[in-house]
Design a protein around this ligand. Sequence first.
Ligand SMILES: Nc1ncnc2c1ncn2[C@@H]1O[C@H](COP(=O)(O)OP(=O)(O)O)[C@@H](O)[C@H]1O
Ligand SMILES: [Mg+2]
Length: 348
Amino acid sequence: MKIVVLAGGISTERDVSLVSGREIYRALKENGHQTVLVDLFLGLSEPDRPLEQLFDADIDWAASVCSVSAEAPDLDSVKALRPGYRSLLGPHVLELCSLSDMVFLALHGSNGEDGRIQALFDLMGIRYTGTGHVSSAVSMDKELTKRMFRALDVPTPPGVTAVKGVPFTLPDAVGFPCMVKTCCGGSSVGVYRADDPSSLEEALKNAFSYEDQVVVERHVTGREFSVGVIEGKALPIIEIAPLEGFYDYKNKYQAGSTVETCPADLPPQTAARIQEHAEKACAAVGIESYARVDFMLEEQTGADYALEVNTLPGMTPTSLLPQEAAAMGYTFSQLCEWILQVSLKKYQ
Ligand SMILES: Nc1ncnc2c1ncn2[C@@H]1O[C@H](COP(=O)(O)OP(=O)(O)O)[C@@H](O)[C@H]1O
Ligand SMILES: [Mg+2]
């Protein structure tokens, strides 16, 4: 198949996306596909041959891709590479995608996980991996996601929305400690824990520097898990235990900062219940193809709470979904092929 792997963009998860893209690109090439890796935002500035010939060209597209640093990426320096840009899509991206049989979306965050690329591709007849535009948009928005969860009986921590410029009072149902999260962030950028009124004020101020709407949610004290769901079926559960603090940006992407165990050590009944909630969470927001759901398991009550649905979960070598697939005996290349085949079914 002719495949374009789309990565990068200018979301806060740019760097992670580039690593996902590089790994997927290598895997698909290994699987025998004619594969091109492109940065959504930077595109191809001066292609040296007609675009249709790029699929067969002997080019190592991964060579130019960077690795993830401990800090969130410097987006201003990326934006400076396309002065006066208007479109989020770099030169030739759309033409190249139109020539492919399938676009493998390795994007994360607001440039690809929020449904806009999916909607554009639907209109243009470009086929892509993963779920469609509506479920992407709902899942990207933590407030909308929580509404869908509540409506369809998926347990989620009590939470409220705070709006920039509007006085905020913390409801008793939430209380301290609480988590403050930007509605549409990801990779824990814009996620803060607040233990008292002054840290809440500080957290809200920080969160409002990213977005005008933020979710304030009851902090669930306990173990953290994530569950991949492919074609409506839950994969083995992975436990995430950061050595320090919560699963923030650094703990997500710096090797050795988090202990990850898959399959998670859980009583079979608890595991089955969390998997069922993961499947239900995906159904609640209308996921097609695949996604990954984050959970907290409350120590005191034993109750599990779904935090969010990730519609284009990380695909770096240390990412959670590849580890879950590995626990089922799938190699990374096999997982990429699985995602490709499942996503193709949308078009049959
Ligand atoms: N209600 C909560 N209770 C405890 N920890 C939380 C809660 N919400 C988020 N967290 C922590 O913050 C991390 C990021 O939150 P999450 O809702 O998954 O957003 P994202 O991954 O999109 O940044 C979680 O992985 C978890 O470690
Ligand atoms: Mg998360």
